[in-house]
Write a protein that binds this ligand. Structure first.
Ligand SMILES: N[C@@H]1[C@@H](O)[C@H](O)[C@@H](COP(=O)(O)O)O[C@@H]1O
Length: 242
């Protein structure tokens, strides 16, 4: 695992955007795996700026997102569909129809998850997967568990995740209880992985995930086995690492 320690969130965001930018420039037909959450917002801001400056071209790019809440309509401003359009897709030239997310409005979980997994395979897999890190070590919405789930599947969100995400909703009651997420296998099949982490509140999680034992109780810990992972984290997030 390559680790870049940055001074702060802004530097983390620039560094991560540089890595994605290099991927887009060197392989203009890349499949990018994208993530939501507050951490990658600054990364997307840089990509949008560099696109507007004429330094990046996304016309050959296809994207697949990690996850989506089940049951939220796409025009709900808390859906990941909305988030991705708001922060990235509406501002860059990825062609229509080439930005994919699990469809949270589909009732039949098995069918939607199978189709999403098949879609990723039909695209030839993910070239570069961007990830954030949940406080409980989750990646995508793969919550701590007794096993590492393989393919895209439907999950019941844990209380801690609902608590962490309620700040975006009017109340905790409104946070959806389920989500569709790429599995750990789906994520691990990506050719490259870029994980961004910021803030002292994630310092213990970073230590457990990347410097502790590999266990499904800390889903991100499996990334230690991936051959091409880059962690870009700020000093605060790395403060528990000697
Ligand atoms: N499903 C997302 C994850 O993909 C994200 O990594 C995590 C951390 O979010 P944040 O970056 O806001 O801490 O939150 C959500 O639960």
């Amino acid at each position: 695992m390559k680790i870049y320690k940055t001074k702060n969130y802004e530097e983390m965001s620039r560094k991560a955007a540089h890595i994605i930018s290099a991927q887009v420039t060197l392989k203009p037909d890349s499949v990018l795996g994208l993530a939501t959450g507050s951490t990658p917002i600054g990364t997307y801001e840089n990509l949008v700026k560099w696109y507007e400056d004429g330094d990046l071209d996304f016309s050959g790019i296809t994207t697949v997102n990690l996850d989506e809440y089940k049951g939220l309509p796409r025009d709900n401003d808390q859906s990941y569909y909305y988030f991705m359009h708001h922060h990235l897709f509406d501002h860059v030239n990825i062609p229509d129809g080439r930005t994919h997310l699990p469809d949270g409005t589909k009732e039949d979980s098995d069918q939607e998850c199978r189709q999403y997994e098949e879609l990723i395979q039909s695209l030839g897999g993910v070239d570069l997967q961007l990830l954030g890190l949940g406080h409980n070590g989750h990646i995508g919405f793969n919550e701590p568990d007794d096993i590492f789930p393989d393919d895209t599947h439907c999950v019941n969100l844990q209380e801690r995740t609902i608590e962490a995400n309620k700040r975006f909703f009017a109340s905790a009651d409104e946070v959806p209880r389920q989500a569709y997420t790429m599995g750990i296998g789906t994520i691990m099949r990506a050719k490259k992985i870029l994980i961004v982490v910021s803030g002292a509140d994630k310092a213990d999680t970073v230590k457990e995930a990347f410097f502790g034992p590999i266990t499904p109780k800390v889903p991100a810990s499996i990334l230690q086995l991936h051959p091409d992972v880059t962690l870009v984290a700020d000093e605060a997030a790395l403060s528990k690492i000697d």
